[in-house]
Design a protein around this ligand. Sequence first.
Ligand code: C5P
Length: 448
Amino acid sequence: MSNLVITIDGPAASGKSTVARLLAERLGASFLDTGAMYRAVTLAAIEAGVDMSDEEKLLGVLETGEFQFVVKEGKMAVRIGGVDVTEWIRRPEVTAKARHIASSAKLREKLVRMQRQFAAGEEKIVTEGRDQGTVAFADADVKFYLTADAGERARRRLAELRARGGGEPRPSDGLGESFEQIQKAIEERDKSDEDRAVGPLRPADDAIVIDTTDLGIEEVVEKVLRCVKEKCLKRKSKMRWFRFARWCCRVFCNLFFRIQVYGRENVPDEGAFVLVGNHQSYLDPVFCGIPLERPLYFLARDSLWKNRFFGRLISSVNTIPVKQGKADLSAMRKVIGKLKEGRGVCVFPEGTRSIDGRISPFKPGFGLLCRRGEAAVVPVLIDGAFECWPRHKKIFSRGRIDVCYGKAIPAGEVANMSDRQLAELLTDTLRRMQTKSRIKHGKEPYDY
Ligand code: C5P
């Protein structure tokens, strides 16, 4: 799993490839040029004589082609079937036809998956393209959006062509002869990138936008590096704070409760997982989270943020606010993003604390998060929290709490279940775990 993901998006010739490469070099990070992936599939399709408007055939090209993307001497080398095509994918015909690949939802989905797989194997990565901060790595640590006015970008492209071709660009370069034609071609690519329905070119809401029109490459790299360092410092102190907060919670729980933990080994050491628990008290997120070394993300109703101090406090320990009474797509996207990064999320699908200690049937909505986040699902039973802090009491009392992590359901199995099936299976599993736990502690089991 990557420890640092930096995304750089932006239009053609905005300088993002060069900046991304130099930044990766300075940070000792890997570098992913996602445009090269779109170009490689385009080249393979052209070579295979595939009709560029036939999406299924293009998909076939992507699935059967042996594409290899490797970083070589700071540059991304591309091989198809073992042949180095790094230079070929820059051919004007490829540039012009890449939009067919870029506008297909199915192809984009597959390419984004490949990009995430690539990143998952790297400790630090700088990835550049059009949708890296908005789609592929919506939860990246630092996001940039580089832009420049079209005239300046055309000037840069012209200089690049002259340097490469050793003279004036020819019509066969595909970009036209004149500066005006180059600018027009760039503007057309911008429009096609911005207007497509899937993964359109736009800055992520939390991206740092840098206009490079009047800046040299070195100045941009320096600026970007400064932002990354600031963000990393903030991240480090956030991590330290999280560990401290968890330590405080552990001390607090040891003072007031006797917590017994079972099945900790059922929680995966790595990869995405959703911890699905029964909800008995306000302290359940703490009970589920403190036995684990891996940090968890939580969801909570947004009204808890009305008190600004409390809101900041729970945000600082990975709690994501969810609007009540409606489908909060932005919160869902955040959670799916965390899962796609391979993190753990804890949910309580009863929706509210139990009124009598019983487990009510789970609301099926969480199934979508698990499937879209390609996460394993781990049931977690909390027993004893209702006795310590039932919802009708203002303050908790001391007592024994059992936290039992059940067997994980692998992501592959979750993918084949409907939301309802998953919700029923987990309700049933947790009720059985609860019955067993209550009998073990000499408590009357609930009648379901
Ligand atoms: O960046 P580059 O010019 O190499 O990208 C080639 C094409 O691939 C672009 O015109 C763009 O439409 C597409 N692309 C994309 N999403 C990305 C990267 C590139 O749609 N993440």
